[in-house]
Structures are given as structure tokens and as C-alpha cells.
Ligand binder design. Sequence first.
Ligand SMILES: [Cu+2]
Length: 160
Amino acid sequence: MKKIAFLLMALLGTVFAFTPNVMAGGDLSKQDPIVVNLSLGKDGVEKHKFYPEKLTFETGKLYKLVLHNPSDSKHYFTSLPFAAKVWTRKVQVMDDFGPGAKQIGEIKGAIREIEVYPGGTVEWWFVPVSTGTTEYTCSIKYKDEKNHTDKGMKGKITII
Ligand SMILES: [Cu+2]
């Protein structure tokens, strides 16, 4: 009996010795968000572009990605690989852009794509959970079958 107990203790000791030293991060959804602004198009000549064209996020941090469309055509923020690497806390539809803007709608659950209408603003609150690099695009199509991405509306997104 003592021999079995000893073997069991030795086995448990081995298991604990190889358990990685991971610290719990607490409730990651309750952090103050890091605000990142992304403009979908521009009220001017270069409408079919994102401003900026590079985004970088870190895993474990809460972000508020503010998607604002100042142009006169609708645009998408599409990045399915990115959407698969984040946990969404919420999406808020805003009545305006900038300080003083109020939320007029809130969506909870996994998000795949977001479309923003002319003048509109949508905030995507998320925590990246996996690293990688991919693109974000706008799949709005013209009559000639080319889409906004073909016209240069794309950007590089990195999660570190
Ligand atoms: Cu577009």
C-alpha cells in the first residue's frame, strides 16, 4: 500500500513539474479599451482606401476598433482570418463620430464582417486570442465586377 502511495506521489510530482507556469490574467473583458481608429474611405479623391493601411494588435488586450465611414459610398471591413482570432465583447452602433457620440445599438456574439454606411460609425470591442498576419479588405462590388479591394481598399493586420 505504501509503495502504491509513493508511486502515486511520484507520478503527481512529475505532472506538476511539467505543467507550464501560466499566470491567470483575470477578467480580460473588463480592461479599459485601447482605441484604434480606422477610416473606411475618405471624403475626397482616394475613396477606395483604408486609413491607416496597417493595424497591429496584441493578444490579451481589449481593443475598441472605431470604424468610421466619411465617404459617400458604403464599405465593408472584412477579414475572416482576423475574426477567427479574436473574442468579441460587443459591437456598438454609434449616432455620430468622435467625442459626444452616443451608442444607438449593441450587438453581442461572434462577428465575421462589418458594413458601415456613409457617415456611419461602428465600434468593435474585442480581445485578440491568437497571433498571425492577414489582410482586411472591402468586398463591395462595382457593376464591372471589380470590388473596392481591386481598387486598392485593403490593409495588413498583425496580431502579436
Ligand atoms: Cu469599400
